[in-house]
Design a binder for this molecule. Structure first.
Ligand code: NAD
Length: 438
């Protein structure tokens, strides 16, 4: 089985499937098609599938022209028909792994796909889970479903975990040139998974078990969460000491070893950093261990929107105004620069907290013309001179490059700059307030 599959991968006669065509799955499907495979993209969303089959793209980093060409040449087909997975020699799974309201892992998407794969599995198939999850998922959730069919993992079928490292909006590091970690249930599973990914990714990093691979992803994202938490706390420390936190960070970053630069901000967002560490915290709670760093970082990071609102309140107070009754413009609502992803964005908390205190809030985001939250939709405003001048305060939550900050500084009354976006601009009319003193 292994040799047959390796040969089909090597001569590109293997049919490759990707389950979940979102931020992770779609770029991966495109890489597989570019490498010469026929690719089936399976997604439960009819909207996503119809869009892709029309040659359009819902993911900013994947150009529609590329999807259109792949659909036209039949190298890529998107479908909501689960039974098409039967045709696949390999299946890579990239479905959401959110948190439940209780902040426990919501495994419903992974389990739904595991059941679909179980229904469509056949001997000689490779299945790779890519969704970020707690250590043990591949072995505990995926493997028994193969075994219930009488298939032996490592002999009849192959099973591995390989975390995705997509960084939306990153112009240097993409699916192809970012090294990819792979951990299989058996050495044969790693060999097959490595062979598949080597066809379209420059560097593959094998590890000894799926648990190691699962933990690699959680370490990476916990590392970011903890360091962002540390630097956010440093901003508060600097504010109280009257020291410029940006100057301190930039000077520390001149140390050529042993320091890595992280920057403070209004809080963390996206599908990964605010959520993934809680998968590990949950797993460890089941083993009676409390992951203190994870909880502390989460506490500091999730308090940042409150801190931003406090800063805004103080800034208005200096103009003899209260938050209640003020008109506030939030600039940038995506969770980070130059992307359109709103998931877990701290802007949502900042807007909610300002409105709870009685402000009228408008927003502008060149990448997010409108969005829906809790069933309500909100539409952004044009960034006109009147809008900038009419706001009692402007809060920069996300520092998209497409915004004309020079004009903003010349028009606005007061700007709360949570990203240090205005640091290199000459002084203008606006009074500028940062997270910590500048
Ligand atoms: N977005 C990132 O930057 C990023 C980076 C690294 C890892 N990850 C991880 O990758 C995984 C996927 O994240 P994403 O951002 O691509 O999610 P996404 O929401 O953008 O896409 C997931 C897709 O899966 C589809 N889907 C849901 N249930 C399905 C099912 N049962 N069968 C088939 N399709 C189904 C959805 O319709 C959606 O199109 C998550 O575990 C995430 O933590 C995300």
């Amino acid at each position: 089985m292994k040799d047959q599959l390796l040969k089909r991968i090597s001569d590109r006669s293997a049919t490759v499937a990707v389950v979940g065509l979102g931020y992770v799955g779609l770029p991966l499907a495109v890489e597989f098609a570019r490498a010469g495979f026929n690719v089936i993209g399976y997604d439960v969303s009819k909207r996503v599938v119809d869009l892709l089959m029309k040659g359009e793209s819902h993911i900013q980093d994947v150009p529609a022209s590329e999807i259109a060409a792949l659909v036209e040449s039949r190298k890529f087909v998107a479908t909501t028909d689960e039974s098409r997975l039967k045709e696949a020699d390999t299946i890579s799974i990239a479905v959401p792994t959110p948190l439940a309201k209780t902040r426990d892992p919501d495994m419903s998407y992974v389990i739904a796909v595991a059941e679909a794969v179980q229904r469509q599995a056949h001997p000689g198939m490779l299945v790779v889970l890519e969704s970020t999850t707690y250590p043990g998922t591949t072995r505990e959730v995926m493997q028994p479903r193969f075994e219930s069919l009488g298939l032996t993992v490592g002999k009849d079928v192959f099973l591995a975990f390989s975390p995705e490292r997509v960084d939306p909006g990153n112009e240097k590091w993409n699916t192809k040139n970012t090294p990819k970690v792979v951990g299989g249930i058996t050495p044969a599973c790693v060999d097959v998974a490595k062979a598949l990914y080597e066809t379209c990714i420059d560097t593959i990093v094998p590890v000894s078990t799926p648990e190691a691979a699962e933990l690699v992803k959680l370490l990476e994202n916990t590392f970011r969460s903890v360091n962002i938490g540390l630097v956010n706390e440093m901003a508060i420390v600097c504010d109280k000491l009257g020291v410029d936190v940006w100057e301190v960070i930039d000077a520390a970053a001149t140390k050529p070893f042993g320091f890595m630069k992280f920057t403070p901000g209004p809080g963390i967002g996206g599908h990964c950093i605010p959520l993934d560490p809680h998968y590990l915290a949950w797993k460890m709670r089941t083993l009676n261990y409390r992951t203190r760093f994870i909880e502390l970082a989460s506490e500091v990071n999730s308090s940042m929107p409150e801190y931003v609102v406090e800063k805004t309140s103080i800034a208005l107070n200096d103009d003899r105004k209260s938050v209640k009754g003020s008109r506030i413009l939030v600039l940038g609502v995506a969770y980070k620069r130059d992307i359109d992803d709103m998931r877990e964005s701290p802007a949502l908390d900042v807007i909610r907290l300002l409105e709870e205190r009685g402000a009228t809030v408008d927003y502008h985001d060149p990448h997010v013309p409108s969005y829906r939250e809790d069933g309500h939709s909100r539409t952004g405003v044009e960034l006109t001179d009147e809008v900038m001048a009419g706001a009692d305060a402007v809060v920069i939550v996300t520092d998209h490059r497409a915004v004309d900050y020079k004009r903003l500084v010349s028009k606005a009354k007061v700007i709360v700059d949570t990203r240090n976006a205005l640091a290199r601009l000459p002084a203008g009319k606006a009074r500028i307030v940062t997270l910590a003193r500048r």
